[in-house]
Design a protein. Structure first.
Length: 271
C-alpha cells in the first residue's frame, strides 16, 4: 500500500467501511440537523451549485469515531510515516441534475496558504453514495503529486489550479476516473491533482472527506483550520458501537463567514 501511495499519489481501499457502518453514516446525515443547518452553497462558475458542510474537530459522535479509527487515521499515519492530526472533515453533496463541478486542484494548493510549510498532508474520500462518471465521480492525474505544488487561482467561487500547467501534466500523468461504491475509500496525497464534474444524473452523489496533517507540519500561523491538536485514536469497533449519531459540541463548524474572516482563507488573485 505504501509503495503504491508513493508511486501514484493514492490508494483505493474497497469496503473500508462495512455495510453497517455506511448505513450508520446514512442515518447521521439523514436524521441529524447537520445538512439542514450547516450547509454552505456556492457557485461552481458554470451555472451549477456546490454544497458542503465542514468542521474542524472530530468530536465523539459517529463521524468522529470514523475520523479517529485505526483503519482510517492509523492508515494515514502509515502512509505519511508519522503522527497525524485531524485537519478537518466535510460532507460534499452533489444534488441530482444540478450538483456543481469542482475545478482541477491540489488540496495543498489551498493548505500551503495556511502556512503548512510541507506537503505532509492527505485526504480520505469515503463514498457515501455510488460515485460514477455520470454523477461526477473524482478524476485524478496518476502520479501528479510528484510535480509539486501548482499555482491556484479563482474559478467562479472556487479555487483551481493553473490549467495551462494541468494540461501539460496530463500529457505525462494519465487521467483516471475513480468510480466507487458506498464504503469505498480513496486515500490520496495533498499534491495529487483531482477534479470532479457536475452531477447531471438522476442520482445524488454524497461523499465524506477527512483531511489530516502530520503533527510535525504544524502550521506557522493560526488560521481557519486547527493547528496541531493531538488525535486520540479509537479501535475500528468504535464506529458501530457509537450511540451518538451527531453532536455539534466541540466540532467547531466552519461556516463560510468564518473562512472569509480569516486573512488566509482565500487567495487574492490580484496579488
Amino acid at each position: 500500500m505504501k509503495d503504491a501511495f508513493n508511486q501514484y499519489g493514492y490508494v483505493i481501499v474497497r469496503n473500508v467501511l462495512s455495510k453497517e457502518e455506511v448505513n450508520k453514516l446514512f442515518e447521521v446525515f439523514d436524521v441529524s440537523d447537520l445538512v439542514k443547518n450547516h450547509t454552505d452553497v456556492y457557485s461552481d462558475g458554470d451555472k451549477h451549485m456546490c454544497r458542503k458542510t465542514m468542521w474542524n474537530q472530530p468530536g465523539n459522535d459517529v463521524t468522529g469515531m470514523l475520523a479517529r479509527c485505526e483503519k482510517v487515521a492509523g492508515t494515514c499515519e502509515e502512509l505519511l510515516e508519522g503522527e497525524v492530526y485531524h485537519y478537518h472533515s466535510k460532507l460534499m453533496m452533489k444534488v441530482a441534475k444540478v450538483g456543481g463541478r469542482h475545478a482541477w486542484h491540489q488540496d495543498y494548493g489551498y493548505w500551503y496558504r495556511n502556512t503548512a510549510l510541507f506537503p505532509d498532508m492527505m485526504t480520505v474520500f469515503i463514498a457515501v453514495d455510488r460515485c460514477h462518471q455520470g454523477n461526477g465521480c473524482l478524476e485524478i492525474l496518476d502520479g501528479s503529486h510528484k510535480c509539486g505544488r501548482i499555482e491556484h487561482n479563482f474559478v467562479g467561487q472556487l479555487v483551481g489550479a493553473d490549467m495551462d500547467r494541468v494540461n501539460m501534466i496530463e500529457k505525462r500523468c494519465p487521467k483516471k476516473f475513480v468510480e466507487m461504491n458506498p464504503g469505498d475509500g480513496l486515500f490520496f496525497h495533498c499534491n495529487l491533482l483531482h477534479y470532479s464534474g457536475p452531477n447531471l444524473s438522476e442520482e445524488r452523489r454524497w461523499a465524506f472527506l477527512i483531511a489530516y496533517n502530520k503533527a510535525s507540519n504544524d502550521p506557522v500561523e493560526e488560521h481557519h483550520h486547527p493547528n496541531y491538536t493531538p488525535l486520540h485514536k479509537v479501535p475500528n469497533s468504535a464506529i458501530s458501537n457509537c450511540e451518538v449519531l451527531w453532536d455539534t459540541k466541540g466540532k467547531s463548524i466552519l461556516t463560510k463567514e468564518r473562512r472569509q474572516q480569516s486573512k488566509l482563507a482565500e487567495i487574492n488573485v490580484k496579488n
